[in-house]
Design a protein around this ligand. Structure first.
Ligand SMILES: Cc1ncc(COP(=O)(O)O)c(C=O)c1O
Length: 482
C-alpha cells in the first residue's frame, strides 16, 4: 500500500500561496519542491484533485492542471483505481545526476552547510599515509573504530571535563551514521521522540524511518522551551529526545546552562534518553563560553560528534560517546548494515586531532571571514532581511519581511541559486518557516557575492519590483541538506 498524504496535510505543507502568477503553476512548483526535498516521500499517493481543490480553496480546473503538469514532467503517475502517485524521475537519469552539489557548473548550492576541505587537510592525508603499513597488517574491519582514534577522542572528552575511556567511543560513518544507528537501536515502532520544533531535517527523518513518533516543541521563544518540553513529557511517555544544543542547525542558538539543567532534570524524571548532536560544537567562531557537554548534566546522554564540520564532510567520520553499558548493543546493531568506517579516513582524523589544532583554527578563521562577508553583502543588497550574526556554526538564519521563503526558493532556482526553503527545517507542517531562510556561508567571498546578487533578483521577482526572469527552471533535483 502506497503511503498517502491527506489534502489538509498537503495544503499545510504547501503554505500560503502567492497570488502573483498562475496558481496551477505555483502549486505544481511547490509540490515538486516537497517531493524533491523529501517532505512528501517518493511513492506517496496524493489526494484526489477534488479533495485538494477543496483544501486549497481553488477550482477543480486548477488542481486538474496541477496534476497534468506534474504528470507531464514525469513526477506523477496516475492509474485508474490506484490514484496519483509521486515518483522521483529516476528512469532515464541516474540518481546521482539529480543530486546537486556545490560544484555543478553555474549553479550555486546554498543547501549545504559544510566547509570545503581546509588547506591543512592534504598534509594530514600525507602524514596518515606514512602509517599505512601498520594499518595494512590488520584486516581493517573496525566495527567500533580505529583504536588510535578512539583514544584520541576519549582524551579530548576527558580534557573537555568529561572523563571518558576509549571503550566508550564508537566511530561511525559521519554524524548521520551515528544518528541513524541510535534511532534504530533506541526507538521502536510508535515510540515517541521529543525534538526541537525546528532542526536538522535528516535527523528527524531518521527517527521517523525507525518508526518513532516525533513530538515537536513550539519554537516561538527558543528551540528549548522548558515549560513546553516538561508538559509534553508529562502528557505521554517518550523514549528519547534528540537535540542540537551547540550552534543549533539552523538557528545557530546555544542552549544555556539553565536550560541544560532543566532539560536534563526533566529527561531523567521521565526516563527519556538524551541523544545530543554536538557535531557543530567545534565551530565556535567567536570563542564564546559554551556550557559543559550534555553528559555533565545527564550521564545517560549519548553524545554525537563529527569531523565533517570542523574538517571535511568527505571524511565521513563521526562518533558516539556512550555510557559503558550502551556500547556493546550499539556495536552489535551497527554490524547489521555497516562493518566499520573507512580505516584510512579514521587515521586522517586522528592526525587532524593531534596536530595541535592549526587546521581546525584555519577552517574557523576562513568561516568567520565568510560569515562577515555574507552579512555585509546582505546588509547592502537586502536591507529588509533581518540577519543576526551567529557566534558559531555554518549558516545565517535570516528572517524575511513576509511569508515568502518557498516563493524565494522557487524564484532563486530560476536564477541558478539553490536554497532550502525555511519550512524544511520545521518539524510541524504549517507556514511558520515561510518567514525564514538558512543561508550557509561556507563558500568563497566571490561565490557569496554572486549568491546574494541572485538572491536579490529572486527577492525582486517575488515582491514584484521586476519582471520574473525567463531563465529556464531546473528540473527536479534530489535535495540533500547538510
Ligand atoms: C546537526 C547536524 N547533525 C548531523 C549532520 C550530518 O553530519 P555528517 O556529515 O557528520 O554525517 C549535520 C550536517 O549538516 C548537522 O548539521
Amino acid at each position: 500500500m502506497a503511503p498517502t498524504v491527506s489534502a489538509r496535510r498537503l495544503a499545510d505543507l504547501l503554505g500560503t500561496l502567492d497570488q502573483g502568477g498562475p496558481a496551477y503553476r505555483e502549486i505544481a512548483d511547490r509540490i515538486r519542491l516537497l517531493v524533491v526535498d523529501g517532505r512528501v516521500a517518493d511513492g506517496t499517493r496524493l489526494p484526489s484533485e477534488r479533495e485538494l481543490a477543496g483544501a486549497l480553496g481553488v477550482s477543480r480546473t486548477t488542481t486538474t492542471r496541477v496534476y497534468a503538469e506534474l504528470r507531464d514532467s514525469g513526477l506523477l503517475h496516475s492509474r485508474q483505481g490506484s490514484g496519483s502517485i509521486v515518483r522521483l524521475p529516476l528512469g532515464s537519469s541516474s540518481a546521482s545526476s539529480l543530486i546537486v552539489t556545490p560544484d555543478d557548473a553555474g549553479t550555486i548550492a546554498m543547501t549545504y552547510a559544510a566547509p570545503a576541505g581546509p588547506p591543512g587537510l592534504a598534509r594530514a592525508f600525507e602524514s596518515a599515509a606514512t602509517q599505512l603499513p601498520g594499518l595494512l597488517a590488520t584486516t581493517g574491519y573496525l566495527p567500533d573504530g580505529l583504536p588510535v582514534l578512539r583514544e584520541v577522542l576519549a582524551q579530548r572528552y576527558t580534557d573537555d571535563g568529561l572523563p571518558t575511556d576509549p571503550e566508550q567511543i564508537i566511530v561511525t560513518s559521519g554524524a548521520m551514521g551515528a544518528i541513524s544507528l541510535l534511532a534504530r537501536t533506541l526507538v521502536g515502532p510508535g515510540q515517541r521522540v521529543l525534538v526541537e520544533g525546528l532542526s536538522y531535517p535528516h535527523a528527524h527523518d531518521s527517527f521517523t524511518a525507525a518508526g518513532g513518533r516525533l513530538t515537536a516543541l513550539p519554537v516561538d521563544r527558543s528551540p528549548w522551551d522548558v515549560e513546553a518540553m516538561s508538559a509534553a513529557l508529562a502528557s505521554a511517555p517518550h523514549r528519547a529526545s534528540y537535540l542540537i544544543p551547540d550552534f543549533h542547525n539552523p538557528t545557530a542558538g546555544v542552549m544555556t546552562d539553565d536550560e541544560r539543567v532543566a532539560w536534563a532534570h526533566e529527561l531523567k524524571r521521565h526516563d527519556v534518553v538524551p541523544v545530543v548532536d554536538e557535531s557543530l560544537r567545534e565551530l565556535n567562531l567567536d570563542g564564546v563560553d559554551l556550557p559543559p557537554l550534555f553528559s555533565a548534566y545527564d550521564a545517560r546522554a549519548l553524545l554525537i560528534g563529527s569531523s565533517s564540520k570542523a574538517f571535511w564532510g568527505g571524511l565521513r567520520v563521526g562518533w558516539i560517546r556512550a555510557p559503558h553499558a550502551s556500547v556493546m548493543p550499539l556495536v552489535q546493531a551497527r554490524m547489521m548494515d555497516d562493518l566499520g568506517t573507512s580505516a584510512f579516513d579514521q587515521l586522517v582524523v586522528a592526525e587532524l586531532l593531534t596536530e595541535g589544532g592549526q587546521t581546525a583554527a584555519a577552517g574557523r578563521a576562513r568561516l568567520r571571514a565568510a560569515r562577515d562577508h555574507l552579512l555585509a553583502e546582505l546588509a547592502r543588497e537586502l536591507p529588509d532581511v533581518e540577519a543576526p550574526c551567529p557566534p558559531g556554526g555554518l549558516s545565517l538564519w535570516v528572517t524575511l519581511p513576509d511569508r515568502m521563503s518557498s516563493r524565494i526558493a522557487s524564484a532563486a532556482s530560476r536564477h541558478g541559486l539553490l536554497l532550502t526553503p525555511g519550512p524544511r527545517f520545521f518539524t510541524r507542517a504549517g507556514s511558520a518557516g515561510e518567514r525564514h531562510l538558512r543561508l550557509p556561508y561556507n563558500q568563497s567571498h566571490e561565490v557569496l557575492t554572486e549568491a546574494v546578487g541572485r538572491l536579490r533578483a529572486a527577492y525582486d521577482d517575488v515582491v514584484g519590483s521586476s519582471e520574473p526572469s525567463s531563465a529556464p527552471r531546473r528540473s527536479g533535483t534530489l535535495e540533500m541538506i547538510a
